[in-house]
Design a protein around this ligand. Sequence first.
Ligand code: PBG
Length: 326
Amino acid sequence: MERRPRRNRMSPTVRNLIRETRLTPDQLILPLFIVDGTNIKNEIASMPGNFRMSLDHLLKEIEEAISLGINSIILFPGVDESLKDKTATYSYAENNFYLNATTKIKQTFPGLHLISDIAMDPYSSDGHDGLVENGKILNDKTLPILGKMAIAQAQAGFDWVGPSDMMDGRIGYIRETLDAAGHTETGILAYTAKYASAYYGPFRDALDSAPKAGDKKTYQMDPANRNEALIEGELDELEGADVLMVKPALHYLDIISDLKSSSNLPIAAYHVSGECAMLIAACQKGWLEFDKAMPEALLSIHRAGADMILTYFAKDFAKLYKAGKI
Ligand code: PBG
């Protein structure tokens, strides 16, 4: 035998020397859920270890994340039903708690990289990402609402805005709107290939944001499609995206890999709520070992081509990393 690949696996030292992929906490983005009020910290049943938090608790959570080396947060609002309407007016309202909290968070932690979500669903009485008329989700008529949301979020202090509705022309419209308002430094994390996935369930529980009727298949992508992700990537890049994202992550590693090799933009992957729930459930049953299965999942996403990963396990990963266990 002339070739013996096992020689390169013989000791921890040689394995470290030849290791092709390394994942560090500074490549992770932690998603957090904020609600209005004070002293609120409710665990999300389908996402153990994740909470809906009021700002006071959220600030402590962020402080802990930063101390572990996690400096990027994506923030989602849980909005009271009474504030939802058909046109999502609360999403850019003056007294919006999500926007006010953002300003406070940036004042408290100026070095924190803060990412928003631009979509109507948390604020919509229909629970859809766009305007609904006669059961149809409107593409172009939703744009001005998203533009208002983008400006309000940039003003509040978000570093990146994250248009997540998977409809057409979002990136170009939001880029133009932000630039016209002088927000040339606000970046756009494009939800480029977001699939109509069954794995968003726990997130929708967290925000009570499930569609009241129908599903999201006329705007989110068909899980069967691969080439279509490249079309979406091409458009988002042309329209001015700063980062392209694939979502979910683990069942879509081919898409991450395709986008990585077809674009020079950085690639993000969203390891979504259902992926997190699935792993936690198996670990709670004792069927998988969390400290090993979780880093393997995240490393696979990175190996496939994701430069950064949005994951509810960011803190868990950083703790293991700090302890020298990965
Ligand atoms: C809403 C949005 C969703 C997620 C992020 N932004 C849900 C959806 O599209 O229904 C899902 C994230 C997760 O499941 O962790 N536009």
